[in-house]
Design a binder for this molecule. Structure first.
Ligand code: MG
Ligand code: MG
Length: 284
C-alpha cells in the first residue's frame, strides 16, 4: 500500500518475502567476505556473489540499474572509494579497506546490504600497514558499523525519520567525516523508494515512522573531509581528499511490535537487544 507520503507500507506477509531476499544477500556477502584475499580481483568477488544469487533463483538488483546501466552484481569500493565502485581488474592487496555492497531481488522483493573489511595478509603477501594505520582503519570500520546499528535502533513507530540521522551523527561525533552526499532509502518492490534517509541531523525531522515501513540504513564515514566526487566511469564515488572510507548497510522492517533486520542472519536480534530497541517476534 502506497501511503499519502509516497511511502510503500508492507504487510507482515510481504516483509516475510523481503526476508527471503535479505537472507540471499546475507549469504552472498558472507561468501565474498570469506573469500577476501590478496591477489583476487574485484571482478573475482563479483563472480562469487553473482553465482550465489543466481544459484538461489534470485536476480542481482544492481545489474543494469540506472544510467549508464550499472555493469555488475556488486559494488566494490577500495580504500578512498566510498560507494559504487565497479568490479573489474583491480587486484586486491593485503591491508586494503574494501566496502562490498550487494542487492538481490526475489519474487519481486529487494534486499540491500553492505559491509567493510580489511583484506587479510597471507604468508606470501603480508599486511604491511603500520600498527597505527591498522588501528585507525579498524576504528573507521567499527565506528561506521556501530553508527549503522545506532541508526537502525532509532527506528520506532511514532518517531520521526530523522531520528536515524540524529543517532548516526551523535554517535560519530567529530571522530570521522560523515558523508552527506549519499544516504539510505526506502526499499521494497524497488531497490530505491521513498523516503531518502539522511545520516545527519536536519531541521525538518521528516515523516512519522509507521509500521510497515522498510528502510535501508547505510552510513558512510571517512578519515578526513567527507566531500566526495564521482570518477570518470560515472559510478565510482571517492573522497576528494583521498582518505579511506567505510560503508555499512542493512535493510530493516518496522513492524507493529518492533524491528526486524532483514539482511542480518539473526534478524538483528543480538545487537538490537544490546541497544535496547524493540525486536519484532517475527525476527525470532
Ligand atoms: Mg546497498
Ligand atoms: Mg542501499
Amino acid at each position: 500500500m502506497l501511503g499519502r507520503d509516497r511511502i510503500q507500507y508492507k504487510t507482515p506477509d510481504q516483509v516475510q518475502l523481503m526476508r527471503l531476499a535479505g537472507l540471499i544477500v546475507a549469504d552472498a556477502l558472507d561468501a565474498v567476505r570469506a573469500a577476501l584475499a590478496p591477489g583476487l580481483t574485484t571482478a573475482d568477488l563479483d563472480r562469487i556473489a553473482n553465482e550465489l544469487i543466481v544459484g538461489r533463483g534470485a536476480t542481482p538488483s544492481f545489474l543494469n540499474y540506472g544510467h549508464p546501466p550499472y555493469p555488475a552484481t556488486l559494488c566494490v569500493s577500495v580504500n578512498e572509494e566510498v560507494v559504487h565502485g565497479i568490479p573489474g581488474r583491480r587486484v586486491l592487496r593485503a591491508g586494503d579497506v574494501v566496502s562490498v555492497d550487494c542487492g538481490a531481488i526475489l519474487d519481486g522483493w529487494h534486499g540491500d546490504s553492505a559491509f567493510t573489511a580489511i583484506v587479510p595478509g597471507t604468508a606470501e603477501q603480508p599486511d604491511e600497514r603500520s600498527p597505527d594505520q591498522v588501528k585507525s582503519d579498524q576504528d573507521l570500520i567499527d565506528t561506521t558499523e556501530e553508527s549503522m546499528w545506532r541508526g537502525i535502533a532509532a527506528i520506532a513507530a511514532g518517531e520521526r525519520l530523522n531520528a536515524v540521522g540524529i543517532a548516526v551523527e551523535d554517535f560519530v561525533g567529530d571522530r570521522f567525516g560523515l558523508v552527506e552526499d549519499y544516504g539510505g532509502h526506502g526499499i521494497g518492490t524497488e531497490m530505491h523508494q521513498e523516503p531518502h534517509v539522511l545520516n545527519y541531523r536536519t531541521r525538518d525531522r521528516g515523516p512519522k515512522l509507521k509500521p510497515g515501513i522498510c528502510l535501508a540504513i547505510e552510513p558512510m564515514l571517512t578519515f578526513g573531509n567527507p566531500d566526495t566526487k564521482v570518477l570518470a566511469d560515472d559510478w565510482t564515488v571517492a573522497t576528494v581528499d583521498g582518505g579511506n572510507a567505510a560503508h555499512w548497510e542493512h535493510s530493516v522492517a518496522l513492524l507493529d511490535d518492533g524491528l526486524w533486520v532483514l539482511t542480518a542472519r539473526d534478524g538483528g536480534v543480538a545487537k538490537l537487544r544490546e541497544l535496547g530497541a524493540k525486536v519484532s517476534r517475527l525476527a525470532g
